[in-house]
Design a protein around this ligand. Sequence first.
Ligand SMILES: NC(=O)c1ccc[n+]([C@@H]2O[C@H](COP(=O)([O-])OP(=O)(O)OC[C@H]3O[C@@H](n4cnc5c(N)ncnc54)[C@H](OP(=O)(O)O)[C@@H]3O)[C@@H](O)[C@H]2O)c1
Length: 332
Amino acid sequence: MRAVVYDKYGPPEVLRLEDVAQPVPRESEVLVKVHATTVNRSDVHIREANRGGGPAAMLLSRMVSGLGRPRQPILGREFAGEVEAIGAAVTEFAVGDRVFGTNGLRFGAHAEFMCVRATARIAHMPAGVSFNEAAPICDGALNALMCLKVADLRKGRTILIYGASGAIGTAGVQLARHFGADITAVCGTKNLELVRSLGADRVIDYTQEDFTRNGQTYDVIFDAVGKHSFKRCRDSLAPGGRYLPTDGAVNIVLALLPSRKGAKRVVFQIPPRIPKQDVLFLKELVETGAYRPVIDRCYPLEAVIEATRYVETQQKTGNVVLTLNHGQARVR
Ligand SMILES: NC(=O)c1ccc[n+]([C@@H]2O[C@H](COP(=O)([O-])OP(=O)(O)OC[C@H]3O[C@@H](n4cnc5c(N)ncnc54)[C@H](OP(=O)(O)O)[C@@H]3O)[C@@H](O)[C@H]2O)c1
């Protein structure tokens, strides 16, 4: 099968398209014929061994993905495709089913075929969506959901979402709207209308206004793009308010510190917990029209380097999809 592989950490140019052996599903696994996948920030971080995050983040990244070189040579977490074969113990899926999901740190989706444990984060595709639309359902939204679950969002609660135009942010706005919260979203000028259309009650253009200086306070501040800090947001939190980060070693430390009852605090799930039920929840939201992943660009698998360079600009709006054309373009 064709797959995008890499065998050393580095820039996007370490990626190359190759013919590799097709994986064989174990007893409890499903073999998925991948029709669409994504390039997201996790693919980028792992591929470059988190070199932008400093020595501690780099070491941690290499401990997860291989100290000297990557153990898993194929990146790609999210997928949408058809079940090609199933292991003997699989009862939930049948050959031909249309499925989507995320393989988390096991990766492997930048390939024509991948194996996924049937009990892991894989589900039948929501009705009425294409493979390209199904592939980016999971990662941004599951990250947002993991954070927002601990925020007690409901009618009457106020949330500010910073970085509302990224993969996590665009999903976060839609989820917060589903939970009934009053949403203030912060993004750049070009994304104001999009973010409003996703359900924000008001939008702030961060190139024109610094929300930390307008005197408003919020029950929850969700930093969906990892560009803010608890320190800078603190005065914009209401008493007992929670700051929800998506990134940053310092936030892990702050979240672990004991805090007084009713104090403003950082809340971060450690370790991250993303159960299969969350994928099924997202499927339901897509089917009821409460959530749709925002797609910025689609590239063919062969253009993975170009797609990755775009993701690395940190200026994508929502998600970047890779489309597979089985049996067509070969390695070049
Ligand atoms: N995606 C994942 O699966 C994943 C998984 C784990 C962790 N993370 C982490 O979560 C964070 C967000 O990831 P993501 O994939 O959602 O990001 P993303 O999609 O790459 O975010 C891109 C958006 O961020 C906005 N942005 C860029 N610089 C900004 C700034 N200085 N202030 C405010 N907004 C800014 C840009 O919008 P504007 O033009 O509107 O500013 C752009 O649309 C990252 O720190 C990432 O490392 C992501």
